[in-house]
Design a protein around this ligand. Structure first.
Ligand SMILES: [Zn+2]
Length: 489
């Protein structure tokens, strides 16, 4: 019922939007772009431009509300960092709120609030992003603020020293005092030897403490150049007018050199790895990470891309809906084997690595060995008996629905466009991926279940409750289900 009413609201909103803009005219012919602007794509529903300094501008009109989302995406994240200064991308994200040529510390967010807006930022392995939502009439004002700190972020050393304490506290709260987050951090550090994915997004504590103000300033100069960034705007806007505003506010920033990237490739894993974390926790946790092919090309998929798509389908079959295979076999039945069980497939990223994760929290009286065996049995069942066409269809239907519901949120639409841009993918990558997923067959899913879960590219991480473990700085928050996050704010 809930889903039905959501889709009705969505359809109704679309109809109303269509009525409000006769002819659906999105282009404003009165606005002529600078001849140096490259028009990469332009239609009533989506526009993509490149300014002369290299900054890309992506605009998606959505006129259901008189607001606009403005996001700046910078193609730099923790995988671009170096040992010794891990966490620096996230540190810079914090410092972007601490001043610029025109603004004092904290003034950015105050100004956005005065415009009637809200703002935030996010750092991940592949990117750093900044977003504001404002009444659409204030889009130019918020662009002026964002362009200013992109070009001239600056702050005194004392401000930096103070903020570093905030960031260290963030790490304590989100990782050091959260045994499950720490387990995931250690899993990644063990599964990857050379790939930068082995480093946590927030950075290692000693590195955070040792980062200097000048290192952060240099990181900003190196990576925050127009050719390494994109502005995404979704809302009640006209693409050509957004382009004109972007030219006015961002166009004068000097192009700068786009930094060269050196991302280490992960050597082939040739045997299982196993780590144990003993920490203050109420329950044990088991994580099993298998290296699998990544999805790298969705316009002309290779056989390994097709395998990655089959692995996405396998993930859906295992845990993509209520009552899917892992839930049925591990968390239902009396007595229960696990309090929760799930899978997740991380198959796209700038590192080019794919990781398939199985996880479970053993029920009281059950061991990690027992849930490990059950998780492996679930994969074995697919490898031996395959899956049904109905199961696969259910997963695809679920994804199609999620893609449609994603259109409900301007934030989700902007995030999708930004994420696709970060990967260098076509902006309609979500629809293309869905179309490719529809081509996956049960036999392909069975084939990847047979091929990639043998154990030689497996890393197991186990959390064992230990009440005598060294005390951490705060109280761990008990969680009822797995909550593994790679992102940070
Ligand atoms: Zn943060």
């Amino acid at each position: 019922m809930k889903r039905l009413s959501t889709i009705c609201t969505w359809l109704l909103a679309c109809l109303l939007a269509a009525c409000a803009t006769p002819g659906g005219a999105a282009k404003d012919a009165t606005v002529t772009p600078d001849p140096a602007v490259e028009i990469l794509q332009e239609s009533d529903t989506l526009a993509h431009y490149r300014l002369a300094n290299g900054l890309e501008v992506i605009v998606k009109p959505d006129r259901r509300a008189p607001t606009a989302i403005h996001m700046l995406w910078v193609r730099v994240g923790s995988i671009d960092e170096n040992d010794g200064t891990t966490g620096i991308a996230h540190v810079l994200e914090h410092m972007m709120f601490k001043g610029s040529e025109k603004l004092a510390a904290g003034e950015f967010s105050r100004r956005v609030a005065e415009l009637g807006g809200r703002d935030n930022a996010f750092t991940n392995r592949d990117y750093t992003g900044y977003f504001q939502q404002v009444p659409s009439a204030q889009l130019g004002a918020v662009m002026a603020l964002e362009a200013d700190r992109l070009a001239t972020n600056q702050w005194p050393d004392e401000e930096f020293t103070r903020e570093l304490e905030v960031i260290k506290e963030e790490r304590r709260m989100r990782t050091d005092d959260q045994p499950r987050a720490k387990l995931f951090e250690q899993l990644m550090a063990t599964a990857y030897l050379a790939s930068p994915e082995r480093r946590p997004v927030i950075g290692w504590m000693d590195d955070i403490a040792a980062i200097t103000a000048d290192e952060v300033r240099a990181f900003h100069r190196q990576w925050y150049v127009p050719g390494n960034a994109a502005v995404v705007v979704v809302g009640n806007v006209e693409p050509r007018q957004v382009l004109a505003l972007a030219q006015r506010h961002y166009g004068a920033i000097p192009a700068g050199a786009i930094p060269a990237r050196k991302i280490s490739r992960e050597p082939l894993q040739q045997g299982p790895r196993h780590l144990v974390l003993r920490d203050r926790a109420e329950q044990a946790v088991l994580l099993m990470a298998y290296k699998v092919p990544a999805l790298t090309n969705i316009t002309n998929p290779s056989s390994s891309d097709r395998e990655a798509l089959a692995l996405m389908a396998l993930d859906g079959v295992l845990s993509g809906y209520d009552g899917a295979r892992l839930e049925r076999s591990l968390t239902r039945g009396i007595p229960r084997l696990a309090d929760s069980a799930g899978s997740s497939a991380t198959l796209s990223g700038r590192s080019g690595n794919g990781l398939f994760l199985l996880s479970a929290i053993p029920a009281a009286g059950r061991s990690t060995a027992e849930v490990q065996q059950a998780l492996q049995q679930a994969i074995q069942d697919v490898a031996t008996h395959g899956i049904s066409q109905q199961e696969l269809r259910r997963v695809i239907t679920q994804w199609s629905a999620a893609t449609i519901y994603g259109q409900d949120s301007m934030y989700a639409q902007a995030s999708e466009l930004g994420s696709n841009w970060i990967l260098g993918w076509p902006l309609d990558a979500t629809e293309r991926t869905l179309a490719l997923l529809r081509e996956v067959t049960p036999a392909q899913v069975q084939a990847v279940a047979r091929k990639y879960f043998g154990g030689s590219a497996l890393t197991i991480a186990e959390l064992q409750p230990d009440s005598g473990a060294a005390p951490t700085s705060g109280q761990s928050v008990p969680a009822t289900s797995m909550d593994i996050q790679g992102a940070t704010q």
